[in-house]
Write a protein of this length. Structure first.
Length: 177
């Protein structure tokens, strides 16, 4: 049996409080026209600081998942569990939206729910399901990389994930279409 990694528990605890901070400060950020400027600025700062929490949760999941060999059967059960949770909560939201909010859904919208989140805050469920699906392949990739290849991979990843956004910001800044 592996020894428990308490550093992950500490990061998890801090991240949990940061998520609570996001939800509390988000309430003030949404009511900008009804609150004082100091309150809005403070809420925006707390909201910004708290945004590190979700990436921290993903990094913990990655470290715990990619750091050990998980049997495929257990991985499939985990994926099915997340799909079940996603389906149940989507159904709860659909029923609530129809019954209490007066929404109507077309057949195409129901089919679209397979690929697009019903509520914005459920985005992470789709991401975590995808990450668990690719985790056996990512584990093989990481296990067989040397330091030089790892640095090259990180350089490519940062370039292609963040580089496009950065290029767009620069082009807008210099008014280049």
């Amino acid at each position: 049996m592996r020894e428990r990694e308490y550093r992950f528990d500490i990061i998890r605890l801090i991240s949990t409080f940061l998520v609570i901070m996001i939800h509390m400060s988000n309430h003030y950020c949404r009511h900008f026209s009804h609150i004082e400027m100091n309150s809005f600025v403070g809420a925006s700062i707390f909201n910004s600081i708290g945004r590190i929490s979700v990436p921290l949760f993903f990094m913990i999941s990655g470290a715990l998942t990619l750091g050990r060999d998980i049997p495929i059967k257990k991985l499939i059960n985990k994926i099915l569990h997340f799909i079940f949770v996603l389906a149940v909560w989507s159904l709860i939201y659909i029923i609530f939206d129809i019954k209490y909010m007066g929404y109507t859904f077309t057949k195409e919208q129901y089919i679209k729910l397979i690929f697009v989140e019903l509520k914005a805050h459920m985005w992470f469920m789709y991401v975590i399901i995808g990450l668990y699906i690719i985790s056996p392949f990512a584990r093989i990739l990481i296990k067989n990389m040397n330091d030089e290849l790892r640095k090259y991979f990180m350089l490519l990843w940062v370039t292609f994930c963040g580089g496009g956004f950065l290029l767009k910001v620069i082009l807008v800044w210099f008014k280049i279409s």
